[in-house]
Write a protein of this length. Structure first.
Length: 689
């Protein structure tokens, strides 16, 4: 496979921009040495294919030099340093954001100078000048607030000047960035908010920001919050070693956030220059803004800032081919990767289900919850949620009427696990053998199976699935109860459920917002957090180890049971596809690109905490493409009519739900052609089946 050259493998073709944050060693009031330090880091960044490199505030002069900012000798040196960097930037791939004091119209401004390939694209002055506690900036600098439509003569060139600038690459439609400086984002109304509303997807902050105890956390909070609120990336660089320590100290904090998520951060208090980089998904940010109607409402309320911002366009010449991906991709996007988040998210997910079911149970006139228990993952999760509902409401668990209903292919292991679980939880447990009723129905249908033939078609399977649900509804009628559904989000996405009087239907679909991969972790969490006694935890662990199967078709001559994943594909891949399709609306080829980076070998991507070593899989691009095609056909073409008629159930994950009353609305008679065509056109030929 031509990995180095095919456009599929290029981060720029896939809507990413590589953003870097530099923290050079500062030479106090020595512009020539600071320029050399900046050039060294810029050359490193260019070699690493960084598209945009953010330096600290006043990095060419030093920040803590007080009245030296007003010395013409220093300012002449800064201007000469800018000229040197501009000349050296001609062959560099990175757009450079340099911090410098700049003279204009008898005033000095604290500025970001934007340089690309031998040209000054623009100069952005700081709007908010701190003048409290240790800060005294109004002594030296003028505020740039309100200076729209201006220009400045600098280093032999005339460039746009003002806080009304955003910068846009001509070849990469979503490479659009805005610049603000230090105090600007501590203000109640950061200039970057208007920049984002005007279309900037990457927000940059050149900061000095001395360090005090606890301040690093405040900076991270502001960066994360601004990137989340503005649906943007936020790149932040603060001054480090070498700054004057007359009365202050510096830690050189650098970070890159995207929609609240930390992508990269530098080492603080380092004696060496720092350079970090991360690939920002600017395409995802644009798509998210399109979904987030409040973003446009905010732009309208602000008078549509795009009407008064100037957009400076530049030719970027991005790297082509594969340059790697500087970004960790979670294999299980519905499951948090960090151990500290895993416990919290599982706690919340479990309790969303518990309290949703509790409220629905209180709203009914019935006395019991009726549930079919197969010994598989989904019915297990639904049953333990129901048990917790009884505990929460102070009801005996006997109010849960649990039925195991063996059919023609029910295995001894799963049936035994179902009985062990029901007994361990102390619910009312019964068994109904559906085979006599199924034989009668098949005979009434003149099905070949009734004549002794081994015909296991869809009718054979659905006779069993439908009978189970039919029994549950009639039992609920008989015993003043309502049916708790067991089907999960992954099955709804794939349409892997029997429509009508089948496992697609219930009185309340408690698992409908939970994908298969998360259900596995919720059951693990129930064990590790001791939600139940030891005997229950032991059987839960055994259930986790069983093969996922509907058990509707008898085992073959070799004893192999019916496997769901061999039929529809691995759930771990389908949940990955679902998340990026449903949550972000990504193109299929980009979903394949992300999946390839996450799954191509066991060391790629992020495994969730505690994931069993023996269960770690890897998939090549051809396999990913094969199952992604299957997903697209099922999701967009064959399954929507089932989702359009699903019962109520709680939304659990921010990754989305498939209720037609919530996250997802789609026609039941659409086709998948446009998604399949996009995937096949973008993939390398040897990855297309």
């Amino acid at each position: 496979m031509a990995v180095q050259s095919h456009p599929f493998f290029s981060i720029h073709s896939q809507g990413f921009v590589r953003v870097g944050v530099a923290t050079p060693r500062v030479a106090v009031a020595d512009p020539a040495r600071n320029a050399a330090a900046a050039i060294e880091l810029a050359e490193r960044a260019s070699a690493e294919h960084v598209d945009l490199l953010v330096f600290p505030e006043l990095n060419l002069s030093g920040y803590a030099i007080d009245d030296l900012h007003l010395q013409d000798a220093l300012l002449d040196g800064v201007e000469a340093a800018i000229g040197e960097i501009v000349e050296r930037s001609r062959d560099l791939a990175s757009v450079l954001l340099l911090g410098a004091p700049v003279r204009r119209n008898g005033r000095v401004y604290n500025c970001a100078v934007v340089v690309s390939r031998g040209e000054i694209l623009g100069v952005v002055p700081k709007s908010f000048l701190p003048n409290y506690r240790e800060y005294y900036e109004k002594r030296w600098f003028a505020s740039g607030a309100g200076l729209r439509g201006r220009s400045v003569d600098l280093a032999g060139a005339t460039a746009p000047f003002g806080p009304d600038l955003i910068f846009a690459a001509s070849e990469l439609p979503d490479f659009v960035f805005h610049v603000e400086i230090c105090e600007d984002y501590w203000a109640p109304t950061p200039p970057s908010t208007a920049g984002a509303l005007a279309g900037a997807l990457i927000l940059c902050n050149l900061s000095a920001s001395n360090i005090t105890v606890g301040k690093a956390e405040d900076r991270s909070l502001l960066s994360a919050a601004q990137s989340s609120r503005c649906v943007a990336a936020y790149a932040y660089s603060a001054a480090g070693t070498g700054e004057s320590t007359t009365d202050l100290s510096w830690d050189g904090q650098g970070s890159i956030h995207e929609m609240g998520e930390l992508l990269a951060r530098s080492e603080r208090f380092s004696r060496e220059p720092q350079l970090i980089a991360a690939d920002v998904d600017v395409e995802r940010l644009r798509l998210e803004r399109a979904r987030f109607g409040t973003f446009n409402d905010a732009a309208a309320a602000a008078g549509h800032p795009e009407t008064w911002f100037r957009r400076v366009r530049f030719e970027h010449k991005p790297s082509a081919g594969e340059i790697g991906l500087r970004r960790a991709i979670r294999r299980f996007p519905y499951v948090p990767g960090a151990p500290e988040r895993l416990d919290q998210d599982c706690y919340e997910s479990f309790n969303i289900q518990v309290h949703g079911l509790a409220r629905r149970f209180e709203a009914t006139s019935g006395d019991t919850m009726v549930i079919g228990v197969s010994g598989g993952l989904d019915s297990t999760q639904a049953l333990i949620v129901a048990a917790k509902v009884c505990d929460l409401l102070g009801l005996p668990r006997e109010n849960i009427l649990a039925f195991t209903m063996p059919g023609f292919a029910t295995g001894d292991e799963t049936k035994a696990n179902a009985w062990k679980l029901m007994r361990a939880l102390g619910v009312t447990a019964e068994e109904i053998d559906i085979r006599p009723a199924a034989r009668q129905m098949l005979a009434d249908m003149s099905h070949p199976f009734a004549r002794g033939e081994k015909v296991y078609d869809i009718a054979f399977e659905n006779v069993q699935a439908g009978l189970r649900t039919d029994y549950l509804f009639r039992l609920a009628n008989q015993r003043r109860g309502f049916v708790v559904g067991t089907g999960d989000l992954s099955e709804l996405a794939l349409g892997w459920c029997t429509y009508g009087v089948g496992d697609q239907m219930s009185h309340y679909a408690v698992n409908a917002g939970v994908p298969k991969t998360l259900i596995q972790y919720l059951i693990r969490w129930s064990v590790s957090s001791h939600q139940f006694d030891d005997s229950t935890s032991e059987i839960l662990t055994a259930i986790l180890a069983t093969e996922i199967s509907p058990e509707l078709v008898p085992a073959d001559e070799h004893g192999a049971i019916q496997s769901t994943q061999s039929k529809v594909g691995p759930y771990e891949l389908h949940d990955f596809f679902l998340f990026h399709t449903l949550r972000y609306g990504l193109r299929p080829s980009k979903t394949a690109f992300l999946a390839w980076h996450a799954w191509r070998d066991a060391s790629a991507g992020l495994w969730p905490a505690g994931f069993p070593e023996e269960a770690k899989n890897a998939y090549d691009l051809a396999t990913i493409a094969r199952w992604l095609e299957a997903f697209l056909k099922r999701f967009f073409e064959t399954s929507q009519f089932k989702r359009s008629a699903i019962p109520n159930g709680p939304k659990v994950s921010a990754g989305g739900a498939l209720s037609p009353r919530g996250d997802w609305r789609a026609p039941s008679d659409s086709v998948a052609d446009v998604w399949l065509a996009e995937l096949r056109k973008a993939l390398p030929s040897d990855a297309v089946g």
